[in-house]
Write a protein that binds this ligand. Structure first.
Ligand SMILES: CC(C)(COP(=O)(O)OP(=O)(O)OC[C@H]1O[C@@H](n2cnc3c(N)ncnc32)[C@H](O)[C@@H]1OP(=O)(O)O)[C@@H](O)C(=O)NCCC(=O)NCCS
Length: 163
C-alpha cells in the first residue's frame, strides 16, 4: 500500500499497491479512498479519462486500457485478472459499408461486483449493484441489479445485495 506514491502523483488519499503501472498521457482521476491493487496495469491515452471514485477498487493484475473514458463509481469492485478495454484498437470495415465504432466510454455503476477474469468491452454501462460473473464477456449494457454471465454475457439472475 503506498499512499505516499499516490500522493506524489497527485492522487491524494488514493491507495496504490506495489507493482501498479499507470502509463499514457491521459487523465487519472483517482479519488480519496480509491484503491488500485497489486500489479494492475493501466494505460490512459491522450484526451481520455479514468475516474475511480471513493471506495472503488481496481483489482490485482487487472489490465485496463482507456482511449475514451472509464468511470468506476463508488464502491465498484473489480476482482483479479479483470480486463477492461474501451477500444478495439483497430478499425473494422463491415461488408455492408457500416462504420465500426472503435472506442466508446465505459461506466461501471455504484457497488458493482465484477468477477475474476471477466472482460468488459467498449461502450458498456453497468448499472448500480449489478454482478458480473467470473469469466463473463460483457459486450452490452447491464441493468442495475442484474447478474450476468457467459460469453457474450446475458442476464442469469437478480441481486438484492452483496458484501
Ligand atoms: C469483435 C469486436 C471487434 C466486434 O466489435 P463490433 O463489431 O463493434 O461488435 P459489437 O459490439 O457491435 O457486437 C456485435 C455482436 O457481437 C457480440 N460480441 C462482440 N464482441 C464479442 C466478444 N468478444 N465475445 C462474444 N460476443 C461478442 C455482441 O454481443 C453483439 O451481439 P448481440 O447484438 O447479440 O449482443 C469487439 O467486440 C471485440 O471483441 N473487441 C476486442 C478487440 C481486442 O481484443 N482488441 C485488443 C487487441 S487487438
Amino acid at each position: 500500500m503506498n499512499r505516499l506514491r499516490a500522493s506524489a502523483r497527485g492522487h491524494h488519499g488514493a491507495k496504490l499497491q506495489p507493482g501498479v503501472t499507470m502509463r499514457g498521457v491521459g487523465t487519472y482521476d483517482l479519488h480519496r479512498g480509491a484503491i488500485i491493487r497489486r500489479q494492475a496495469r493501466i494505460h490512459v491515452g491522450s484526451g481520455a479519462r479514468l475516474t475511480v471514485m471513493r471506495g472503488a477498487a481496481v483489482g490485482t493484475r487487472n489490465t485496463i486500457n482507456v482511449e475514451a473514458g472509464l468511470t468506476l463509481h463508488e464502491g465498484a469492485e473489480l476482482s483479479w485478472d479483470v480486463e477492461i478495454m474501451d477500444t478495439d484498437f483497430h478499425d473494422i470495415e463491415y461488408e455492408d459499408g457500416r462504420r465500426h465504432v472503435r472506442s466508446a466510454p465505459i461506466s461501471i455503476g455504484r457497488h458493482v461486483l465484477v468477477g475474476a477474469r471477466a472482460v468488459i468491452l467498449k461502450g458498456v454501462t453497468i448499472g448500480d449493484g449489478a454482478i458480473i460473473a467470473a469469466g463473463a464477456v460483457v459486450t452490452r449494457d447491464v441493468e442495475p441489479g442484474a447478474i450476468v454471465a457467459g460469453n457474450p454475457a446475458r442476464p442469469v439472475g437478480r441481486a438484492a445485495s452483496w458484501r
